[in-house]
Design a protein around this ligand. Structure first.
Ligand code: SF4
Length: 352
C-alpha cells in the first residue's frame, strides 16, 4: 500500500477497501500506519467544555442542543482563570493538546477577544491548542489564527446524503466553508464524523470520501461512536457493528495516511479489545480524561492500564518551531512532558 497523499479517491475505491476481507484490510491499514507513524504511540488530547448547553442548533445526537430536554446544566463562557486551571491539569496528566469546545452556532463578536485570550494563554503554557466553536467567518478564522490557535475542529459528521437526517440548521456546504476558512487562515484542521447514527455503510464511505478529498487532509480525523443520550432524537439508536466501526477507522487510515486518526467519543462503551483493534487499524490519538464535553469518557487510570497492557506510549510534544515559543520554552515543555511520563503522572495509577 502506498502512503502517497491523494485527494482524488473515488467512491468505488473506498468501497472496495471497506469491503475486502477484514484481515486484508487490517494488514493494509497497519502497513500504511507504520510508514508514517510509530505504531506504539498514541497522541493524547484533553477536551474542555468552555461554554455548555443552550445551543440553537439541532444536531440530533447532541445533548447540548437547546431543543432537547437532556437535563444538562447550562453554563456561560468559562472565565479565563478557570480555563487555565483546566489546561494546567490537562498538561499535568500528560496531554499535549488542550481542546476547548463551546456550544455555539458560531462565536459572536463579543466572544472573540475572550476566546483569543484563552488561546494565547494556553499556548504560553506550552500546550497545543484546539477549539471548536461552531461556524467561523473568514475574519474570525484569521483572528483565531493570529491568536496562535493550532487546530480548529469542525466535523462533517456523516455523508452529504444522510446529513439532512441529522442536522437541519446548517448545511454540509456551511461546514465545508468553515473548514475552508480555517485552512486559508493557516490553521490545522480537525474534522471527522460520528458512526452509529443509523447511517448505512454507504454513508460511512461518503463521509470518508469527503474527508479524503478535501483540498488538504485534516491533520486530525476524529472517528466517534455515537453516545446515545436520553432526550435526544438518537437515544434509541441501534449499536453500530463494532467490526464495521473498525473497518471505517482502517479505511480512514489508508486514505489519509499522514493524518492522526482519533478514536474519539464512545470509548466508554467500548471494550479494551475493540479499542486495541482500533489502534491496530491505525487510530493513533485519543481524548484523555473522564469527561468529553458533557459525556462520560474512560478516566486516565483506565487508559493508563489499557496503554500498559498494549505497550502503547503517550506521544510527547511535537516540536513546532512556528508556534511562537522560544527554544527554551519548547525545550522546557518537552522536558516537562517527558518527565511527566517518566514520573508516572500519566501512568500514575497503572497498577491499581
Ligand atoms: S452545534 Fe455543536 S453544540 Fe450545538 S447542537 Fe450541534 S454539536 Fe451540539
Amino acid at each position: 500500500m502506498s502512503t502517497l497523499v491523494r485527494h482524488d479517491w473515488t467512491r468505488t475505491e473506498i468501497s472496495q477497501l471497506m469491503n475486502q476481507p477484514f484481515n486484508d484490510l487490517m494488514f493494509q491499514a497497519q502497513t500504511v500506519h507504520r510508514q508514517s507513524f510509530d505504531p506504539n504511540q498514541v497522541q493524547v488530547s484533553i477536551l474542555c467544555s468552555i461554554k455548555t448547553g443552550a445551543c440553537p442548533e439541532d444536531c440530533a445526537y447532541c445533548p447540548q442542543s437547546a431543543r432537547y430536554d437532556t437535563g444538562l446544566k447550562k453554563e456561560r463562557l468559562m472565565q479565563l482563570e478557570k480555563v487555565l486551571e483546566e489546561a494546567r491539569d490537562a498538561k499535568a496528566k500528560g496531554a499535549t493538546r488542550f481542546c476547548m469546545g463551546a456550544a455555539w452556532r458560531s462565536p459572536k463578536k463579543k466572544d472573540m477577544p475572550h476566546v483569543s485570550a484563552m488561546v494565547r494563554e494556553v499556548k504560553a503554557m506550552g500546550l497545543e491548542t484546539c477549539m471548536t466553536l461552531g461556524m467561523l467567518s473568514e475574519n474570525q478564522a484569521s483572528e483565531l489564527a493570529d491568536a496562535g490557535l493550532d487546530y480548529y475542529n469542525h466535523n462533517l459528521d456523516t455523508s452529504p446524503e444522510y446529513y439532512g437526517d441529522i442536522i437541519t440548521t446548517r448545511t454540509y456546504g456551511d461546514r465545508l466553508e468553515t473548514l475552508d476558512h480555517v485552512r486559508s487562515a493557516g490553521m490545522k484542521v480537525c474534522s471527522g464524523g460520528i458512526l452509529g447514527m443509523g447511517e448505512k455503510q454507504d454513508d460511512r464511505i461518503g463521509l470518508i470520501l469527503n474527508l479524503a478529498n478535501l483540498p488538504g487532509h485534516p491533520e486530525s480525523v476524529p472517528i466517534n461512536m455515537l453516545i446515545r443520550i436520553k432526550g435526544t432524537p438518537m437515544e434509541n439508536m441501534d449499536d453500530v457493528d463494532p467490526l464495521e466501526f473498525v473497518r471505517a477507522i482502517a479505511v480512514a487510515r489508508i486514505v489519509m495516511p499522514k493524518s492522526y486518526v482519533r478514536l474519539s467519543a464512545g470509548r466508554e462503551q467500548m471494550s479494551d479489545e475493540l479499542q486495541a483493534m482500533a489502534f491496530m487499524a491505525g487510530a493513533n490519538s485519543i481524548f484523555l480524561g473522564d469527561k468529553l464535553l458533557t459525556a462520560a469518557n474512560p478516566g486516565e487510570g483506565k487508559d493508563a492500564r489499557l496503554f500498559e497492557r498494549l505497550g502503547i506510549n503517550a506521544e510527547t510534544f511535537e516540536v513546532d518551531e512556528s508556534n511562537g515559543h522560544s527554544d527554551e520554552q519548547v525545550e522546557e515543555s518537552l522536558l516537562s512532558a517527558v518527565n511527566d511520563a517518566k514520573t508516572d503522572k500519566f501512568f500514575y495509577d497503572a497498577t491499581k
